[in-house]
Design a binder for this molecule. Structure first.
Ligand code: MLT
Length: 404
């Protein structure tokens, strides 16, 4: 008789955002008149920018003509998009060439899949709290060890607590990891890292022979000068870092799907094996390329007109972040994040558990957020709100929370 992948049996419950969606659906069914405001999952609400819509229309028309029709996309992405991305890196002083960029259907897929190119016994370090995909994908791959219910953690992972005490920036772990996941600006805390601090991580990774998987999905939200937009702004990152980027949060592509991963050619394992070659091999075998239409739309993001329009959208969400941050502060909450990120991380009042606070908000004021403990044990007694709602609903949600 066949056996299922036993690693999957170690996963805890369902994916965090699916659990929340189910809870909200059950509540809505029981309370059909409740006017729910969703500030839970980080999904955008503003329509795609006009310049992107125009390009999508043009590309669709091209697909309808024999002369301009496109079949399979190149596995690693069209040159027009990879060149545009490489130029953006160059503009930031990062030495990344177009053939080190792998276009994909989004940062979630890449951050879940990237672990496949590492050995099964690689020691994984994650921030705590953390975007659940990094943890779950390594559980599926068999790297987690057992779940320890009393500690709400897996036995084989290295958890790097990000707490108020360390200003939500992890310290180097006591035990040396092989793979280190970092996400800045951070999901879920909305906090970030200075260039000097990130440089220390790069130096550390090079020193111990680890690789940093750097998720920069929220870089468009950086407002402060000293915050790096890319890990490749740090010296030595080419020999220790892979960077994952998204078009979801900067250009509203959550429903369109586009992202990319950078794997420098200098990045080699202990035996000199090129991670770039392995990721290319994986892409070639398991992926037929993001659609032409979508890649055309993605390339527009890097044009001056595209930049102007998407910057306006990012500013819209940044304004929401300010409404949430200031409103909660006024109401006496302890609040973090929101300055360089679209997430606000608040401390639950009266030491309530994250899930109790979730229920409290849902039932009393019909506002949905994300319980901090869903991101890891150090997220307990915290709660995440997203700035990706509409301005009107964000203002209303905060008014409702203030009235509690
Ligand atoms: C989140 O809410 O954490 C994100 O939307 C999840 C994602 O980007 O996949």
């Amino acid at each position: 008789m066949f056996k299922a992948n036993q690693n999957y049996l170690r996963l805890q419950g369902s994916y965090l955002f699916s659990t929340i969606a189910k809870k909200v659906a059950a509540y809505t069914e029981a309370n059909p008149d409740a006017n729910i405001i969703r500030l839970g999952i980080g999904d955008v609400t503003q329509p795609l920018a006009p310049v992107i819509i125009d390009e999508l229309h043009k590309a669709v028309d091209e697909m309808g003509k024999k002369e301009t029709f496109h079949g399979y996309a190149p596995d690693l992405g069209y040159a027009f998009l990879r060149d545009a991305i490489a130029d953006e890196y160059k503009g930031r002083g990062c030495e990344i060439s177009a053939d080190e960029i792998f276009v994909s259907d989004g940062a979630k897929s890449d951050s879940g899949n990237i672990q496949e190119i590492f050995s099964e016994d690689a020691k994984v370090a994650v921030c705590d709290p953390v975007y659940p995909v990094y943890v779950d994908s390594n559980v599926m791959a068999g790297r987690s060890g057992e779940w320890i219910p009393s500690e709400q953690r897996y036995s084989n992972f290295i958890y790097m607590p990000c707490t108020e005490a360390n200003n939500f920036t992890p310290e180097f772990p006591k035990e040396n990891p092989d793979i280190i996941y970092l996400c800045y600006p951070n999901n879920p805390t909305g906090m970030t890292i200075s260039k000097a601090q990130l440089q220390e991580w790069v130096d550390y990774a090079n020193r111990i022979g680890a690789v940093i998987l750097y998720d920069a999905a929220y870089e468009a939200y950086i407002t402060e000068k000293d915050v790096p937009h890319s890990i490749y702004e740090c010296e030595g990152a080419r020999t220790c870092a892979i960077e994952i980027r998204s078009f979801s949060k900067n250009a509203g592509f959550t429903g369109v799907r586009l992202g990319f991963t950078v794997v420098p050619k200098d990045l080699r394992d202990a035996d000199g094996v090129s991670l770039h070659d392995l990721w290319a091999r994986r892409h070639g075998t398991k992926y037929n390329g993001a659609p032409y239409i979508i890649q055309k739309a993605g390339a527009v993001v890097f044009t001056p007109e595209g930049q102007k329009e998407i910057r306006a959208q990012v500013s819209y969400y940044q304004k929401n972040a300010r409404v949430i941050y200031d409103g909660l502060k006024d109401a006496g909450y302890t609040v973090y994040g929101g300055v360089n990120a679209p997430y606000i991380w608040l401390k639950t009042p009266d030491h309530m558990t994250s899930w109790d606070f979730f229920d409290h908000l849902l039932e009393d004021v019909h506002v949905v957020g994300t319980p901090g403990s869903g991101f890891g044990p150090s997220g307990e007694h915290f709660f995440r709100l997203t700035a990706f709602g509409t301005y009107e609903k964000t203002v209303e949600a905060i008014d409702r929370i203030k009235s509690m």
